[in-house]
Design a protein around this ligand. Structure first.
Ligand code: ZN
Length: 692
């Protein structure tokens, strides 16, 4: 790879226009010490009908429309030697098949492959509980969804890939500013019993039982253009409850939307401002304490938890962004390894990790977010607990997973496996049970661990939902190692690169609350990960390489999809697709909700990526211009089946804050012919109405 000296574009934005020289192909050698920076965003919204949603694990919570679209937000930073990519995607989880396939697509593009690979891309999820599932490939994370949905998976892979490609094409010299603060009043600890089992001496170092650190990066080009913001804050993205059926990016996605709206983001553009609210050590942190169980309400005023989490995260980001002055300085670096978690020696514990297993109290759920209505085993069920017996476990499982599970249950009779997991009674032996012969285990066993260094900031990529104290331990250890290189900020990027459910400390694990029961690789998983993060950090300091480790197999071809498919669409006789069933009222008062119903078709015929199912149009100088799309959180697009194959589509617009005027509502979709199987677009438009 040849390195070129390039003249940095120092001309004014007006002289350069939007077309600054494409420096993306060359290494930046900038006398001012700037980095090469770029941001990109792309649509990853999946099937908007009849697919079980990911997060609450409620089988009845199936998609039936869109509240907001889901996006992948990508950031690239490079110096003269290395580049790194950070992605925050509006997904419940980031699964490792997604990472493998994104890396594969990058490898196939000769423009990208010299710079990016699985080692320097960090893909993370916001943990929204409002997205469709079925994109893991591993049985445990797909089974409530009825399997793996290839088209959904590919939409996510392609969307993340395209966001990275956009960021690459937008690269130009610039600087990054860092600002850190604390955010109070958002998030409470939902596993206090477990948290309080951490040593008193350790707990007394912190003012709170949740991590309130709010870390923000601001991206500004050498031309002075603000191109991006990303922040990390620890709170679950589940302010909208399991009775909601519309795809939504929930509190973090809505905060992004508000921030991006301020900055004039155009979601249809390949180059635009990108503002991510990324996830941190929120394993035991819920936004819902003090507000009750999350309701399906999709308004900031009606849903108190949502209003609180959206507005406070947004305002904190705004405050830190506007007051950021500290420039990030120093080298760009990274280390990545695949680790086989079935038997990783953990030096500090003088033992090993264990093949994955899900504990009994996992089935109870978390009391504040997804409690099981009739838990078979309450939070805190340990092997010593009287309630636990293996027979009870078997019965519970056949209820949860169905009869075939008996076939694989025998695997847990291995005494060493059981002993390894104590205090956890294993309910589902996800690491040793195979759903079908030659198939993969129910959850992945080989985990990606990664440290990314952007000057004074270290990103610690953890492939799990990290509890508050686990995250603090990682951060402390990594910042200490990297301090000689000037690292002062440690950021926990959780739900990153893969997903191994939760990650609790050794002490929290002993309590076997929901998070501890879902800490898959046994009591010493936190110590094991920490040992590896320290190793990766040392390699950065000492400038040595780390072996890649055992690469996990590609299981995307071995997964089953039992989800319902669209056979055909139909409509009543004498009606056309897009014809209006219920027109809007003639006029509305400000703040009222407009509602229009159309004859439509199934949304899964075409996800309409980077497009929309609805447009609110405003009459301006005798011409209707679009003012709202399906991604705007004050609109909803709702699909329902009518009869055998008819679809009714209801579009609403909550007009609070909208300007007075004359409007109408357009719906567009795609229908599938039962004769030819062909999919064709249609559209319809409502009568006009006046907003007073
Ligand atoms: Zn969670």
């Amino acid at each position: 790879m040849k390195r070129l000296l390039v003249a940095v574009c120092l001309c004014l934005a007006t002289a350069c226009g939007q077309k600054s020289p494409p420096v993306s192909q060359v290494q930046a050698v900038d006398p001012s010490g700037d980095y090469l920076i770029g941001t990109g965003i792309y649509d990853i919204t999946g099937p908007a009908a009849e697919i079980v949603m990911m997060g609450f694990a409620v089988g009845e919570q199936k998609t039936s429309g869109i509240h907001t679209r889901l996006r992948s937000r990508a950031y690239i930073v490079g110096d003269a030697h290395k580049r790194v990519v950070f992605v925050s995607a509006d997904l419940g989880m980031m699964f490792q098949m997604v990472k493998l396939k994104v890396a594969e697509k990058i490898a196939q593009n000769p423009e990208l492959s010299p710079y990016y690979n699985e080692k320097n891309i960090l893909l993370s999820a916001t943990h929204t509980h409002g997205g469709p599932g079925g994109y893991s490939g591993y049985f445990l994370y797909d089974f409530t969804i009825n399997g793996f949905i290839k088209r959904h998976f590919e939409t996510i892979v392609n969307g993340i890939y395209t966001s990275i490609l956009n960021a690459h094409n937008n690269l130009e010299p610039g600087k990054i500013l860092v600002n850190e603060g604390t955010l109070d009043g958002v998030g409470g600890n939902r596993a206090v019993d477990a948290y309080n089992n951490n040593p008193l001496e350790e707990r007394s170092q912190y003012a709170s039982n949740t991590d309130k650190t709010f870390t923000l990066l601001k991206f500004v080009t050498s031309r002075g253009e603000e191109i991006g913001m990303v922040n990390w804050f620890a709170v679950h993205t589940d302010s909208i409850g399991p009775d909601n059926h519309l795809i939504t990016a929930d509190n973090k996605g809505w905060a992004s939307y508000l921030f991006e709206k301020d900055q004039g983001t155009n979601y249809f553009a390949a180059k635009t401002f990108v503002g991510a609210f990324a996830q941190s050590n929120a394993g035991d942190v819920t936004p819902n304490i003090g507000f009750g169980q999350a309701p399906p309400d999709l308004t900031l005023s009606g849903n108190k938890s949502l209003g609180n989490a959206v507005l406070k995260q947004y305002q904190k980001a705004r405050e830190l962004y506007d007051s950021a002055t500290e420039e990030v300085k120093g080298s760009i670096d990274y280390r990545h390894e695949w680790v086989d978690m079935r038997k990783l020696p953990v030096e500090s514990a003088q033992t090993t990790t264990c093949a994955a297993g899900m504990g009994a109290s996992f089935s109870a759920g978390s009391p504040y977010d997804n409690p099981s209505p009739a838990p078979l085993f309450p939070n805190g069920t340990t092997v010593d607990s009287l309630v636990w017996s293996e027979n009870a476990g078997k019965t519970a499982l056949s209820k949860i997973l169905g009869g075939f599970f008996a076939l694989i249950w025998t695997d847990t009779s291995d005494p060493n496996y059981k002993k390894c997991h104590a205090e956890k009674p294993v309910l589902i032996p996800t690491g040793i049970a195979h759903v079908h012969i030659n198939g993969p285990t129910m959850t992945p066993q080989i985990m990606p661990l990664q440290i990314i260094k952007i000057g004074s900031v270290a990103l610690i990529a953890v492939p799990a939902e990290v509890t508050t104290m686990s995250g603090r331990r990682f951060r402390k250890a990594v910042v200490k190692e990297l301090a000689p290189l000037g690292v002062r900020y440690g950021v926990i990027s959780s739900l990153a690169n893969s997903y191994a459910s939760y990650l609790a400390t050794r002490e929290e694990y002993a309590k076997q609350w929901y998070e501890g029961a879902a800490t898959l690789f046994g009591p010493h998983e936190q110590a094991a990960f920490q040992q590896e993060f320290v190793k990766l950090s040392r390699a950065i300091v000492q400038n040595t390489e780390i072996p890649s480790g055992p690469r996990p197999e590609d299981i995307t071809g071995k997964s089953v999809d039992l989800t319902a498919k669209v056979v055909l669409d139909d409509k009543p006789l004498n009606k056309s697709y897009g014809s209006v069933i219920t027109q809007p009222a003639a006029s509305y008062k400000p703040g009222e909700t407009v509602s229009v119903q159309f004859w439509g078709a199934h949304p899964n015929n075409n996800y309409r990526t980077q497009d929309t199912f609805l447009i609110v149009e405003k009459l301006v100088n005798d011409v209707y211009i679009p003012v709202r799309y399906d991604y705007d959180p004050d609109t909803t697009y709702r699909w329902e089946r009518s009869g055998v194959a008819n679809s009714k589509v209801t579009i609403t617009w909550h007009t609070e804050g909208a300007e007075p005027g004359t409007y109408r509502i357009r719906h567009q979709g795609d229908h599938k012919s039962g004769w030819t199987g062909m999919i064709a677009p249609y559209e319809g438009v409502s009568d006009s109405f006046v907003l007073q």
